[in-house]
Design a protein around this ligand. Structure first.
Ligand SMILES: Cc1cc2nc3c(=O)[nH]c(=O)nc-3n(C[C@H](O)[C@H](O)[C@H](O)COP(=O)(O)OP(=O)(O)OC[C@H]3O[C@@H](n4cnc5c(N)ncnc54)[C@H](O)[C@@H]3O)c2cc1C
Length: 446
């Protein structure tokens, strides 16, 4: 049980990142307080998980409870509209280094479970928005809790706990301290809702389907009793779909052939939620007495569902780099800075690796690699080497998308090599890429 009287760590935000860190700290006996503004809508994105999160659920002792509220996810399929190629990735490929499955989970329930687990382990929650005061000390940006928040956390005015920003896209610390971020190339909008009687394609039960549409892309995530359907389109294209989020989602489903027939007799059973979709990485991950975690540090494009993994893995990395070194580290500013440097570097590497991987899916190269691999596997070769090569590539691509080999130098090098040198005799990648406006309009304009 942790010492509740004087927390050494204050976490701002009770999403998956904040609650996972709180649970890990409580397991370690580090006293912490989590500020939760309780602003959780009934429907949240982040429902499709990758196998890389399962070991963290096990570490927290909650996998059974996650399984009970979820649909087991055997893999993910990637389709291209208008009869284009279809790739089916099975997580069976990653067996041996990761669990060969994951889960599709209603997000608010998962967040509640993570919070409950942190509480069971002894973390304390304050149901209030954290008030923050930013400044500069010795030329470095610093951030402190306001007086009222210090009091709510049970801290004296002069207390200096380590502050962790897990406020998600609110990016509370970075905004207050005006820390810039590097933005990725996309700036889309996503609309999603839950449906009943939306036919799933002929894939294994629980399989998630990502489709390259005529404009933008879509997800279909099987959840208990319903299907989560989302579209991600450019802001420009979204305006052609209608005025309201409801009109836009429903019109996209009607006019995209890959969704229309499947959704013909579907009933929407939730409100339509809107999210802006962008990629972003903070230029700094930590400073004196503060550190960023989860979406507050960086946000990877959601096409391959790395968000929850990055939040949970970020909490694990912060725990491993900083808190596993013992309580003395928190009192030694130089050693703490080095430990947080290590954590930040690792998270930047994760971010870069995911960004590189997701680009293959946006620009269509993944479909080209897949088609070339299929051709190769069918060719007779000595010792069946072509088909061995094809299985080897599939293993590495699936392992990267599962969170196992995402950062592996060998896997990344293999992908680059395949995309450059092993794609002869198949259509150009741009035939399969995600487009901002409808394909037909582009063709007409050309
Ligand atoms: C369109 C889209 C689809 C996505 N799909 C997936 C997917 O399928 N799978 C996946 O893994 N990820 C997905 N994601 C990403 C995923 O949702 C996020 O990566 C994840 O929620 C990040 O968790 P977090 O804990 O960092 O932040 P959050 O979940 O945003 O939690 C932050 C919490 O902090 C609270 N807070 C903010 N400011 C304060 C304050 N001052 N005081 C107290 N509390 C505060 C907020 O209310 C919130 O509860 C998707 C994202 C988008 C945009």
């Amino acid at each position: 049980m942790t010492d509740r009287s004087s927390p050494e760590v204050v976490i701002v935000g009770a999403g998956p990142a904040g609650c996972t860190l709180a649970a890990l700290l409580a397991q370690r006996g580090v006293a912490c307080v989590v500020f939760d503004d309780d602003k959780r809508p009934d429907l949240l994105v982040g429902e499709s998980l990758i196998p890389g999160v399962v070991p963290v659920f096990r570490q927290l002792g909650i996998e059974d409870r996650v399984a009970a509220m979820s649909v087991r996810k055997p893999g993910a399929s990637f389709f291209v509209t208008d009869g284009g190629p279809r790739i089916h990735f099975s997580f069976k490929n990653v067996e041996g280094h990761l669990p060969p499955y994951s889960y599709n989970t209603p997000r608010p329930e998962l967040d509640n479970l993570l919070r409950l687990r942190a509480e069971e382990l002894g973390a304390r929650f304050v149901h209030a928005r954290a008030e923050l005061v930013a400044g500069v000390e010795d030329g470095e940006p610093v951030i402190r809790l306001g007086a009222a928040s210090l009091e709510k956390a049970g801290l004296k005015a002069e207390a200096r706990p380590l502050l962790v920003d897990a406020s998600g896209r609110a990016r509370a610390f970075a905004r207050a301290m005006e820390i810039p971020a590097v933005r990725g190339e996309r700036n889309d909008v996503a609309y999603f809702a839950h449906f009943e009687d939306f036919d799933h394609d002929e894939v294994e039960p629980g399989q998630v389907i990502i489709s390259v549409l005529r404009a933008g892309w879509s997800w279909r995530i099987p959840l208990p009793g319903r299907l989560s359907v989302g579209i991600v389109v450019s802001k420009e294209h979204s305006k052609t779909l209608g005025e309201t989020p409801e009109e836009r989602l429903e019109q996209a489903i009607r006019e995209e052939p890959i969704l229309a027939a499947k959704g013909a007799s579907a009933r929407r059973v939730s409100p339509v939620m809107t999210y802006t979709n962008y990629q972003l990485l903070s230029e700094r991950g930590h400073g004196p007495g503060w550190v960023l975690l989860g979406d507050a540090f960086g946000f990877v494009d959601p096409m391959l569902s790395p968000g929850l993994f990055m939040s949970l893995e970020g909490a694990r990395q912060l725990d491993a780099c900083v808190f596993s070194k013992g309580p003395e580290l928190l009192k030694n500013p130089a050693a703490l800075t080095m430990a947080m440097d290590r954590y930040s570097r690792r998270m930047v590497q994760w971010h870069e690796a995911w960004t590189e991987l997701v680009r293959y899916f946006y620009d269509g190269r993944i479909f080209r690699i897949h088609l070339a691999g299929k051709n190769l596997a069918m060719k007779p070769s000595p010792f069946n080497i072509a088909s061995v090569m094809e299985r080897h590539s599939t293993f590495h691509i699936a392992s990267m998308a599962s969170g196992g080999y995402t950062r592996s130098r060998y896997s990344r090098g293999l992908m680059r090599m395949l995309a450059r040198h092993l794609v002869w005799g198949v259509a150009e990648a741009e035939n399969f890429c995600v487009r901002d406006v409808r394909r037909q309009e582009l063709e007409k304009a050309a």
